[in-house]
Write a protein that binds this ligand. Structure first.
Ligand code: ADP
Length: 571
C-alpha cells in the first residue's frame, strides 16, 4: 500500500514537471519563429521609403496570411499604421504596450499578454524597423497563444498516456519483484509459526533454502536445535516422572486455579479420585484443610504444613507456593502407620505409668513407716538411698503420666479464658518455700494482660516445669517471672541466675529424657521430661518458645502465647 502511494507520487511529479516543460519548449519555439519572421519583415519594411505606403500595406497583409500571424506596424509615436486584424484608425495609441515600449529602445522584445483589441491571450514579438540608422517604427508579429501552442494538447495526451503506461508497468514489475521476495518470506514465517505453535517436525524446502541463503539454512539449523532440545526435554521429563513415581510421597503440582499440572503415582494411589483425566484437583478431592493450607501458603514465604484425615487414613501435607511459576507444590506423606504406632506407644506409656503409680505409692508409704522404726545406722543409710530412688521413680512416673495426659488431647486442646497472672501467682506460691530454703528471691513482674484462651491445666504444667527447673538449677540469686503484653498475646519469661546451659546443649534440651548433666539431674531429681512437656504445651497452643543462657550467669526461657487461636503463629 505504501509502495503504491509512493509510486503514484513519483509518477505525478514526473507528469506535472514534464507537462510544464513541454509547454515552455513549445512557447520558446514559437517566440523563436516569430522573432525570425519579425526580423526578416523589419528588414523588408525598411526598404520602403514611407511606412504608410500602400504597397507596404499589401505586402504586410500577404505576409500575415502566409505566416498565419497578425502583423502590426506602429510608428515611433506609438500610433498604429497598419494592423492585419483591425482598422488602424480605430486602434488606440500603442506607445505603452510593453513589447512596443521595449522595442522602441532598440531591442527585440517578446511578451504573452491579454489583447484588449482581439479579446484573447496573445504571443507578441516586437522588432524595431531601422531606416538610415534610425528607428522609424516597430514591426509587431503576434499570434493567439491558443494557436501558438496548438500542438501542446496532442503532446500532453501522449505524455499522459505514456506516464500512465509507465505507472502501470512500474506497478507490475514491482508486484512481481515483491512477490518473488515476500513469497518465500511468507513461506518462512508460516514454517516458523508451525514450529513455534505445534513443535511439528518441519524442514525448509531446498528451493527455499537456496533462495534465502543463508537465512533458510540457518532456520533449518534452528529447527534441528529445537527438535534436539524438545527431545532432551522429553527425556528429562520421563526421568523426572519415573523419579517422582518411585517416591512414596504423593506429589501434586497445580496452577493457581487448581488445574493439575503433574501428579505422581503415589498421589493417585492415595487419592484414586484424582484420575488421569481430572483437570482440577478440587473437582474430586474436597478437603477443607487442603484449601486452607493452600491459602496460607500463598500468603507465606515458607512452605506450610498441616495434617489431614481421609477415610481413616492420616496424611501430612506440605504446601509450597512457587511465585515464579505461580504454582502450588503439594507433598503428601501417609502417616497412618506412624500415627498408629505412636498412639500405641503413648497408650502403653500411659498404662504403664498408671499401673506403676499404685505399687510405688504403696512402697513409698511403707518406706515412711520404716523410717519410724529403730534401724541400725547402716540400715538408715540404705533406707535413705531407697527413699531417694523411689522418689525419682515416682517423679518419673508422674511426669510420664502428665506427658501422656497432655499428649492424649492432641492438637484439639481445651480453650477456656485463663487469667495468667493469677495462675503464675498460684504456682509461685507453691514454690516459695523451696526457693526460700535455697536462699533465692522469687519475684513476679507483671503488667495488665489480656485474658487468654488456653488450657489452664496445661499452662500450669508449663509454669511448674519452668519455675521448678529455675529453682533447681540456681544456687544463689533470684528467679524472676515476667508477664508482658506482646503481638496480640502474652510473653512469659522465666529467668534465673543459675548455672546456665552450655550452648551446644541448647538445641536438644526439649527432647524427651535429654539431660545436660546426668549426675546432677539425678541429684536434683530431674527426669529429662520437664522441657518436653513445656514444648508440647507451647506447640498445641500455637505459641513460640526461646531459650537464652550463659553458663555461670543464668538462663531465660521466653514463651509467647497467642491470646486466641486466630492470633496464633506457627511454632
Ligand atoms: P530435668 O528434669 O532433667 O530438669 P528438663 O527437660 O526439665 O529435664 O530439662 C532438660 C535439661 O535442661 C536439664 O537436664 C537441665 O540440665 C537443663 N535445664 C533446664 N532448665 C534449666 C535452667 N533453668 N538452668 C539450667 N539448666 C536447665
Amino acid at each position: 500500500m505504501f509502495f503504491l502511494l509512493f509510486w503514484f507520487v513519483i509518477c505525478t511529479v514526473i507528469l506535472v514537471f514534464g507537462l510544464l516543460e513541454v509547454r515552455q519548449v513549445i512557447i520558446d519555439d514559437q517566440i523563436g519563429e516569430l522573432t525570425g519572421l519579425g526580423l526578416s519583415l523589419s528588414k523588408e519594411i525598411a526598404g520602403f521609403e514611407f511606412l504608410d505606403d500602400t504597397e507596404l500595406q499589401k505586402f504586410i497583409f500577404t505576409q500575415a496570411r502566409i505566416s498565419r500571424t497578425r502583423l502590426t506596424i506602429v510608428d515611433t509615436s506609438g500610433k498604429v499604421i497598419y494592423d492585419t486584424e483591425k482598422e488602424a484608425e480605430t486602434m488606440e495609441l500603442h506607445r505603452y504596450r510593453p513589447e512596443i515600449n521595449q522595442a522602441l529602445s532598440g531591442e527585440v522584445s517578446s511578451v504573452i499578454r491579454w489583447s484588449d483589441t482581439l479579446k484573447k491571450k496573445m504571443l507578441y514579438v516586437a522588432v524595431p524597423i531601422r531606416q538610415k540608422g534610425e528607428i522609424s517604427g516597430i514591426c509587431r508579429v503576434s499570434r493567439p497563444l491558443e494557436l501558438a501552442i496548438s500542438a501542446y494538447p496532442r503532446i500532453r495526451n501522449h505524455i499522459l498516456i505514456g506516464t500512465g503506461l509507465f505507472f502501470l508497468l512500474g506497478l507490475c514489475i514491482s508486484y512481481f519483484l515483491l512477490r518473488k521476495i515476500l513469497g518465500p518470506l511468507d513461506d518462512l514465517s508460516l514454517i516458523v509459526r508451525r514450529v513455534a505453535e505445534t513443535g511439528e517436525e518441519v524442514t525448509v524446502r531446498p528451493s527455499l533454502v537456496k533462495l534465502l541463503q543463508p537465512l533458510g539454512a540457518d532456520l533449518n539449523k534452528i529447527i534441528l536445535k529445537i527438535r534436539e532440545l524438545s527431545e532432551a526435554q522429553k527425556s528429562d521429563r520421563e526421568v523426572f516422572q519415573s523419579f517422582i513415581d518411585s517416591t512414596e510421597e504423593g506429589w501434586l503440582l497445580v496452577d493457581q486455579d487448581g488445574r493439575i499440572i503433574l501428579a505422581n503415582r503415589s498421589l493417585r494411589q492415595m487419592f484414586p479420585e484424582i484420575g488421569e483425566g481430572s483437570e482440577f484437583f478440587w473437582q474430586n478431592l474436597r478437603l477443607p484443610v487442603l484449601n486452607e493450607l493452600i491459602n496460607q501458603a500463598r500468603n507465606s514465604d515458607r512452605p506450610v504444613q498441616g495434617q489431614l484425615e481421609k477415610e481413616g487414613r492420616y496424611y501430612t501435607c506440605l504446601v509450597s507456593w512457587l511465585p515464579r511459576r505461580q504454582h502450588y507444590l503439594l507433598k503428601f506423606t501417609d502417616i497412618t502407620e506412624t500415627q498408629e504406632l505412636s498412639r500405641r506407644k503413648k497408650e502403653f506409656v500411659a498404662n504403664l505409668a498408671h499401673e506403676l503409680k499404685t505399687p510405688l505409692t504403696s512402697i513409698n508409704g511403707f518406706l515412711d513407716t520404716l523410717e519410724d522404726e529403730a534401724l541400725s545406722p547402716e540400715g538408715k543409710n540404705y533406707l535413705t538411698i531407697i527413699k531417694r530412688n523411689t522418689d525419682r521413680i515416682i517423679r518419673l512416673v508422674e511426669d510420664l503420666a502428665r506427658l501422656a495426659e497432655i499428649e492424649e488431647k492432641g492438637p484439639e486442646i481445651l480453650r477456656e479464658p485463663v487469667d495468667l497472672v493469677a495462675l503464675v501467682k498460684a504456682v509461685l506460691e507453691v514454690y516459695r518455700k523451696a526457693a526460700e530454703a535455697k536462699g533465692l528471691k522469687l519475684k513476679l513482674e507483671e503488667e495488665p494482660l489480656p485474658i487468654i484462651m488456653a488450657d489452664a491445666f496445661q499452662l500450669e504444667q508449663l509454669l511448674v516445669n519452668l519455675v521448678d527447673n529455675a529453682i533447681r538449677y540456681t544456687e544463689k540469686g533470684e528467679v524472676v517471672v515476667k508477664l508482658q503484653k506482646k503481638e496480640g498475646g502474652v510473653l512469659l519469661t522465666v529467668s534465673d541466675t543459675g548455672i546456665g546451659i552450655p550452648e551446644e546443649h541448647l538445641p536438644r534440651i526439649f527432647e524427651r529424657f535429654y539431660v545436660v548433666d546426668k549426675s546432677r539431674s539425678r541429684k536434683t531429681g530431674g527426669t529429662g521430661l520437664g522441657l518436653s512437656i513445656v514444648k508440647h504445651v507451647v506447640q498445641v497452643h500455637k505459641g513460640r518458645i526461646e531459650v537464652k543462657s550463659s553458663p555461670g550467669f543464668g538462663t531465660t526461657f521466653s514463651v509467647w502465647l497467642p491470646a486466641s487461636l486466630k492470633d496464633s503463629q506457627t511454632a
